[in-house]
Design a protein around this ligand. Structure first.
Ligand code: HEM
Length: 240
């Protein structure tokens, strides 16, 4: 590769990085403070006000499963109820593992949606970059790479969309605006990515393929952002 091509790659990679930014999760403060897994779980439970208290003078293993439903203020002892104190990190960890246990196969499949989502995001964005490089410098010879990325991205989008429907539930409308846009944008991405694959393998028109890839790149960046909004909360990147 020539030094000119190298100069071309850097700005393109920087653009890709910026496009990918909305997909990045905000770093958890606890990880920055080097807390243990169990300490993190304990802190998150406390922050969310989830059940963390138990009767302090119980023997190990004698803890109420519904311990958090005891509404005495933390540490306050009454005549008929002994003092309560927060779960230890290890107890919080155990409780979280039990709470998160999957209830069915479709429950597990739905939970795999975030894992699957990374493939179409990365592959379709990389395909758009490959096409951009081909447009600027055809000698890069990325035609086969581009086809590989588009086909892989389309397969990933179909799987991610399917798992998304399982995660979100099978209905046509949602009360959550964010989920509604995410649902139909994601479904459209999967359909459009199949069209892009057809164009990449069967059509002579590179312009049509590039136009579709441009739309896909924008739609998938928005899709990642909306996914983050649902998982990490409104304005999860803090940019609004
Ligand atoms: C190409 C298609 C799709 C992509 C790339 C995508 C991407 C994402 C991303 C990045 C997240 C955040 C995951 C995380 O960080 O934990 C997310 C969450 C979510 N997505 Fe999608 N999504 C797609 C399609 C869909 C579809 C079609 C639906 C519904 C029909 C859907 C429903 C959900 C739900 C409910 C969440 C919240 C987390 C969960 O419950 O698993 N997604 N999505």
């Amino acid at each position: 590769m020539t030094s000119k091509s190298h100069r071309l790659i850097l700005p393109i990679l920087a653009t890709a990085l910026l496009l990918g930014l909305p997909l990045a999760a905000s770093a958890h403060e606890g990880h920055q403070e080097d807390m243990s897994d169990a300490e993190l779980v304990q802190m998150e439970m406390q922050e969310q006000g989830r059940p963390v208290n138990h009767v302090a003078d119980h023997h190990d293993g004698d803890r109420h499963d519904d311990a958090g439903e005891d509404h005495h203020p933390e540490g306050a002892a009454t005549e008929d109820a002994p003092a309560i104190e927060p779960l230890t990190p290890e107890q919080a960890m155990e409780a979280a593992i039990a709470q998160n246990r999957a209830s069915s196969v479709s429950d597990v499949l739905g939970r795999l949606h975030p894992v699957a989502a990374h493939f179409p995001i990365a592959l379709l964005l990389a395909a758009a970059i490959a096409e951009l490089m081909l447009l600027v410098r055809p000698s890069t010879g990325l035609e086969v790479t581009s086809r590989f990325l588009i086909a892989g991205g389309a397969a990933g989008a179909v799987v991610a969309a399917l798992l998304g429907w399982i995660a979100a539930g099978w209905r046509l409308t949602d009360r959550s605006e964010t989920l509604a846009i995410h649902r139909w944008n994601g479904t459209a991405i999967a359909a459009l990515a199949i069209v892009a694959t057809w164009l990449a393998f069967r059509s002579e028109s590179r312009t049509a393929l590039r136009a579709v890839l441009l739309v896909l790149a924008i739609a998938i960046a928005a899709q990642g952002y909306l996914g983050g909004e649902m998982v990490f909360g409104p304005n999860h990147l803090g940019i609004r």
